[in-house]
Design a protein around this ligand. Structure first.
Ligand code: GSH
Length: 271
């Protein structure tokens, strides 16, 4: 359980649930899904990643790695989305009881690849960072891995790194397809659980980049099922900006025409 010590007394004094999150962040989406499923009331603190609000001193005093999400529950501070979703439901809730812990771990491991693919195939379409903002981030943010990611993004990730991320992501989705091919409705079995929550953001994100999900029919059916839930609308769709979504869609369509879409990479070229 990723509980960390809140650095200042103001945080320790916070009552109820406070979530620091970003609208499109997959890790934040997971936590919001559980909050919506459990109908938990929380105070929302939106962090605008495009504006580097996670690089401020005040935010890094909350999350030591300067990432979202972070959550305070009655003065106790927690980070790491997978750990957070495990502590939100009651101990006897179906969300927990029917969850397959190994699938939660795998969703966690898939995170860096999902991030790389998201930037390569979707977020590059957004406004480019100006040099001044780039330089400021390198000074103000303390997370070396995050800073290096920004440098790699501006230099280009390189085909090999993208292909590796595509291949690992493909393997993860294939594993989910195999699990679902026994006819079960949800990843943990007959009941919706944290296993579903953990993977919904990954499918949703890759779907935006036109991942060839037509090759994983069980997984596609699963997503159609879970995305019908009210929690999906509350936790994901309602946080999406229509203009941003349109521009991501356009970027994906242009990518297909130009042959720089996700299907042109690694294992996916076989489909
Ligand atoms: N393992 C962490 C990963 C947290 C993480 O990487 N968060 C991303 C959003 S999903 C972030 O804050 N990114 C900031 C950035 O890319 O600058 C978790 O699951 O909470």
């Amino acid at each position: 359980m990723a509980e960390i010590r809140a650095k200042n007394q103001l945080l320790k004094n916070l009552k109820g649930i406070h979530l620091w999150h970003a609208p499109m962040s997959s890790c934040s989406q997971r936590v919001r899904l559980v909050l919506a499923e459990t109908k938990t009331i929380y105070e929302s603190h939106v962090i605008n990643i495009a504006k580097d609000e996670h690089a401020t001193k005040s935010y890094q005093a909350i999350h030591p790695n300067g990432l979202v999400p972070a959550i305070i529950i009655d003065g106790r501070l927690f980070i790491e989305s997978i750990d957070i979703i495990e502590l939100l439901p009651d101990n006897d809730s179906d969300l927990l009881l029917h969850s397959d812990i190994s699938l939660l771990k795998e969703a966690d491991q898939a995170q860096m690849d999902l991030k790389l693919l998201s930037f390569e195939f979707l977020f590059k379409s957004g406004p480019q960072q100006i040099q001044e903002q780039f330089d400021k981030f390198q000074v103000t943010h303390k997370n070396e891995q995050l800073k290096q990611f920004r440098i790699d993004l501006s230099n280009g990730f390189g085909r090999e790194r993208i292909e590796e991320a595509v291949a690992r992501t493909h393997d993860h989705f294939q594993k989910l397809e195999d699990i679902l091919s026994d006819g079960r409705q949800f990843l943990g079995g007959a009941v919706y659980s944290l296993s579903d929550v953990a993977w919904i953001p990954n499918f949703h994100r890759c779907n935006l980049m036109d991942w060839p999900f037509e090759n994983t029919p069980y997984l596609t059916d699963w997503f159609n099922r879970v995305s019908e839930r009210e929690s999906f609308k509350i936790a994901l769709l309602s946080w999406e900006n229509k203009d941003v979504m349109k521009s991501l869609e356009n970027y994906t369509s242009q990518g297909k025409v130009l042959g720089r879409d996700v299907r042109a990479f690694g294992t996916l070229t076989n489909f």
